[in-house]
Design a protein around this ligand. Structure first.
Ligand code: FCB
Length: 446
């Protein structure tokens, strides 16, 4: 099972960055050495996580980070994308928790020693619970607290970081957390969802300013998720529904960053559901980015519902991943080219792409051929976007290893490395070997 790049592939360019990605809450464990966060609280509520699990131990990366760095280095990647747990580095009074900071400093130094670029995400959903108790992202003040956290961390990390992303997928922290209610803190309220989205974007803008000041040498940006929105039928109503979904789920985050305003759909929301936007906010949000991170997994199909709104139509026919998500690689080219047409984009990195598969360890091996095919197809989708004239500077596989998949718990495995949660043993899947060989083969031809 191989992943191959054409001899003329733009992904063979020496400065194209290949990496693997993780997030703090999903792998670290070590809950006793950080503050509790909203996901700890959510996991403790019965019925929230499908397998009843939590992130207290996860992949125990906090104790095994050294071996994990060796694993990353052995894959031959150029870069490693990971996130900082806010509540590990900042105390309740806003001061630095030196022990927590040292953990990341060691990690950064180990990466630097191996020539691996550090792509640091400051917020991958694990808001400290004490901030939630003060109102969390519903409160404007949380955006300022986030900028302060970004300030402290970026000063302490010095020049060790190649790239900072302020937020990972604000769509999830706003929509899944406050409208769909399936992510922490599990609220279902549209007005709150829109308000949280606005405060997250504000937090991004405030923090970006700080990062550009403290770490001007780093590439500073944000990571958004995109899913092309397709109509279930050619009917005018469904076509309109898909366009509304695109505005609500995709453009809601990108347009403010690129053009300093929300999509038109905002005006169609009843006043009571519109977010409070203070004078000057949109300018803070729309500062120039050094890069845009794009996470892509699948497309989504929508139909009009009888409330004048849109409903998604879950896919039923194969090929589907273990998440039930349709495998739709051409959607990656589509979203990339679509955003490139609409906006004047900064350089793009594909910061997450991957698939959960029902992996089985058999005689010490995991033959995840479907995941290998997934990567192959999606790398080709990236090539096509570049060939069509777009600037894409890198690609990160989600994920380095199996981990805590949020509301799905540990049952869904996205890793290219298999984790046995009883022994914490890591085993390379066929996909890890295929990616490693692909990375290694890049320089030989072309
Ligand atoms: C993304 C998240 C990441 C992971 C993948 C499967 O939305 O950023 O943490 O859970 O989905």
């Amino acid at each position: 099972m191989k992943i191959s790049l054409a001899a003329t592939s733009p992904l063979r360019q020496p400065d194209f960055v290949f990496g693997v990605a993780t997030a703090a809450f999903q792998i670290e464990g070590g809950a006793d050495s950080r503050l509790p966060c909203i996901w700890d609280t959510f996991c403790a509520e019965p019925g929230r996580i499908k397998d009843g699990s939590d992130g207290l131990t996860a992949c125990d990366h906090i104790h095994r980070w050294h071996d994990d760095i060796e694993l990353i280095a052995a894959l031959g990647v150029d870069a490693y994308r990971f996130s900082i747990a806010w509540g590990r580095v900042i105390n309740v009074d806003g001061s630095i928790n030196q022990a927590g900071l040292d953990f990341y400093l060691q990690l950064l130094d180990a990466l630097q020693a191996r020539g691996i670029k550090a792509f640091v995400t400051l917020y991958h959903w694990d808001l400290p619970q004490y901030l939630q108790d003060l109102g969390g992202w519903l409160k404007r003040d949380t955006a300022y607290k986030f900028a302060d956290y970004a300030d402290k961390v970026s000063r302490a990390f010095g020049d060790r970081v190649y790239s900072y992303a302020t937020l990972n997928e604000p769509f999830c922290s706003a929509y899944l957390s406050y409208e769909a209610g399936i992510h922490a803190p599990g609220v279902q309220n549209r007005q709150q969802g829109r308000q949280v989205a606005h405060h997250l974007l504000l937090a991004h803008g405030l923090a970006l300013k700080v990062l550009q000041h403290n770490a001007p040498q780093a590439k500073n940006g944000i990571v958004l998720n995109f899913s092309p929105c397709h109509p279930a039928s050619k009917s005018e109503a469904d076509v309109r529904a898909a366009d509304m979904a695109d505005q609500y789920h995709n453009q809601w985050y990108l347009k403010p960053l690129m053009q300093g305003c929300y999509p038109k759909l905002l005006e169609q929301l009843p006043l009571a559901e519109q977010p409070d936007i203070a004078a000057g906010d949109m300018a803070i949000i729309a500062q120039p980015l050094d890069f845009l991170g794009v996470n892509y997994y699948t497309r989504t199909v929508y139909r009009a519902n009888n409330k004048g709104w849109f409903s998604d139509v879950p896919p039923t026919s194969p090929p589907l991943t273990d998440m039930g998500w349709e495998i739709y690689p051409q959607g990656l080219t589509e979203v990339l080219l679509d955003m490139n047409t609409r906006y004047s984009l900064p350089p793009v990195y594909i910061t997450e792409n991957g698939a959960a598969m029902p992996d089985a360890l058999q005689q010490g091996k995991i033959e995840d051929s479907e995941r290998v095919a997934y990567f192959q197809q999606h790398l080709q989708a990236v090539e096509q976007a570049i060939d069509a004239g777009m600037r894409i500077d890198g690609y990160f596989a989600w994920s380095l290893m199996d981990n805590f998949e949020w509301a799905e718990g540990y049952a869904k495995r996205f890793g290219i490395v298999y984790v046995d949660y009883t022994t914490q043993q890591r085993t390379l899947k066929a996909s890890a070997i295929a990616l490693r060989d692909c990375f290694a083969g890049r320089t030989h031809v072309g």
